[in-house]
Design a protein around this ligand. Structure first.
Ligand code: ADP
Ligand code: MG
Length: 289
């Protein structure tokens, strides 16, 4: 496209809440035939709230330990836990450790506690009671994310966290599919929760329990099949995938790192801006012909 067409396109984008950093992305967006979407904060609101919890031991001390550990984490799920259980009594802990894509751990009075997904607990050979497993399965089937809290031998609690699908996500996904674009959803969340969200949003291609680097590998694979890939994400954990994609799109309400890496930002974090960006790209390129 001509420099003038590019300038006009970038200007129109800005007016519509689509910030475009470079000419290449604006020109390439119309060729995109695969869109990879992160789940949390991209398809969903990214405002998780605790809806249920089941404790094998209702002690206040254990709740304080949980909250104190989560206060060390920057994960949005941790924020939901703190909001729900915090009573402003903090506890001394040491050896805090973040386990990428799985959770966190810390030691309190010589005992190690874990907060994270079921996979993390199983890897550490923690014993899960039948009751907790039943609760967790039920909540996951309701699209909720379940996080687990354990000491060094037994699971203590399962906590259900809900994060609403954005009202505009379903229609935007439908619109992209109708224009012949393949849609993929990638998330670090578990299989059951992810399958439930996929069903509600009409997504048939998805992958759960994906680590941040694996998101980038997935995109590379699509590219090797000849696809022109757009990646849409909001988190620090999406930045390698954003860097790998042909067109990278960050959600404006997400992390600064995602916006730094991405060449486009949707200020409102609304997925319906993705088809708009593609249309804008088409108009921009059409100007030269
Ligand atoms: P995503 O943001 O796509 O869900 P993450 O890799 O950030 O992916 O997290 C994957 C999973 O790890 C979460 O769904 C959760 O089960 C667990 N997890 C990560 N950090 C925490 C934390 N601070 N507290 C509880 N669970 C966590
Ligand atoms: Mg996210």
């Amino acid at each position: 496209a001509t420099p003038t067409a590019i300038m006009v396109g970038i200007g129109k984008g800005a007016e519509n809440g689509i910030l475009i950093k470079d000419a290449v992305s604006l020109e390439l967006a119309q060729k995109v035939n695969a869109v990879v979407l992160d789940k949390t904060g991209t398809i969903t609101e990214g405002k998780p709230v605790v809806t249920n919890s089941y404790w094998t031991d209702e002690s206040d001390l254990l709740k304080q330990i949980l909250v104190t550990i989560e206060k060390q984490s920057e994960h949005p799920l941790a924020e939901a836990v703190i909001k729900h259980f915090d009573d402003n009594n903090s506890i001394a802990l040491d050896h805090f450790e973040s386990i990428t894509g799985k959770g966190v751990s810390a030691t309190v009075a010589g005992k190690t506690y874990l907060v994270g997904n079921q996979k993390l607990l199983l890897e550490r050979k923690i014993i899960l009671s039948q009751m907790l497993i039943e609760k967790a399965n039920q909540w996951s089937a309701e699209s909720k994310t379940v996080i687990w809290f354990s000491d060094d031998t037994h699971a203590i609690a399962a906590i259900a966290i809900a994060d609403k699908i954005k009202e505009t996500s379903i229609e935007a996904i439908q619109q992209l599919k109708e224009s012949g674009i393949a849609i993929y959803m990638l998330t670090g969340d578990n299989e059951t929760t992810t399958a439930s969200i996929a069903k509600k949003t009409g997504i048939t291609n998805y992958k759960a329990e994906v680590l941040p680097e694996q998101k980038a590998v997935f995109i590379k694979q699509l590219q090797s099949e000849g696809k022109i890939v757009a990646m849409v994400g909001d988190g620090i954990n999406d930045s390698t995938a954003l860097a790998q994609a042909d067109v990278s799109i960050a959600m404006g309400k997400g992390s600064d790192i995602a916006m730094d890496v991405a060449k486009m930002t949707i200020i409102s974090s609304d997925l319906s801006k993705i088809p708009e960006a593609i249309t804008l790209s088409k108009q921009t390129v059409a100007t030269i012909k």
